[in-house]
Write a protein that binds this ligand. Structure first.
Ligand SMILES: Cc1cc2nc3c(=O)[nH]c(=O)nc-3n(C[C@H](O)[C@H](O)[C@H](O)COP(=O)(O)O)c2cc1C
Length: 193
């Protein structure tokens, strides 16, 4: 199995950085080969411009996008790691998805006019973190909506089989609670991947 980790947090001291480290350790334990795309560290260009949209529509994929698409093609398992910012992935992660999941690569239009995913057969583990709390269940619907978009409308849309784990209130919980979250990630990789 070949895995590709796509990681989008600017701060190497963040909880998301600890998640990245945990995922890497557990993949090594399982003997799974992996590559990491650390989008901020690589200064990935997240801007999909008008010029680029026209080129892609005409079938000309820019070299930096073609390189990312090759890595996705070679992977059986994708692991996307990002905090939730303004109720979705970081802008960097969204820019990556907008540019790399291009028409013809990630999805296509069937003759009947509806769109269909082109990345079937790949598994996707999405790991996200939220600041928002849910002590009295007041944000249950918010978390369900976030997860629906990630599972169905982004990765499901391109045909992937998706597992999404969202960790909430990470800014407010204790060190022990965070360690439990990392343990949940370890066991997800051990048991569900
Ligand atoms: C620009 C910005 C926007 C944010 N928007 C949200 C949000 O919409 N929902 C939420 O639950 N948390 C939000 N947060 C809180 C982050 O999700 C939280 O700080 C992060 O998950 C903590 O993980 P980290 O230590 O790896 O950064 C936001 C934080 C920032 C910096």
């Amino acid at each position: 199995m070949q895995a590709l980790i796509v990681y989008a947090h600017p701060n190497p001291r963040s909880f998301n950085a600890a998640i990245l480290k945990t995922v890497q350790e557990e993949l090594v334990n399982k003997g799974i080969n992996y590559r990491v795309r650390d989008l901020y560290a690589r200064r990935f260009n997240p801007l999909l411009t008008a010029e680029e949209m026209e080129k892609i529509d005409a079938g000309h994929i820019p070299p930096d996008i073609a390189a990312e698409q090759r890595l996705i093609t070679e992977a059986d398992l994708l692991i996307f790691i990002s905090p939730i910012w303004w109720s979705s992935f970081t802008t960097m992660m969204h820019g990556y998805i907008s540019r790399v999941f291009s028409k013809g690569f990630a999805y296509g239009t069937a003759e009947a006019g509806y769109t269909m995913g082109c990345l079937g057969g790949k598994r996707l583990l999405a790991l996200t973190t939220c600041g928002v709390t849910n002590e009295n269940g007041e944000n249950t619907e918010y978390f369900t909506e976030l997860s629906d978009i990630i599972r169905h409308h982004i990765f499901g849309f391109v045909g992937m089989e998706v597992i999404h784990k969202n960790f909430i209130a990470v800014n407010f919980v204790s060190r022990d609670e965070r360690e439990k979250m990392l343990e949940e990630i370890r066991s997800t990789i051990r048991q569900e991947i």
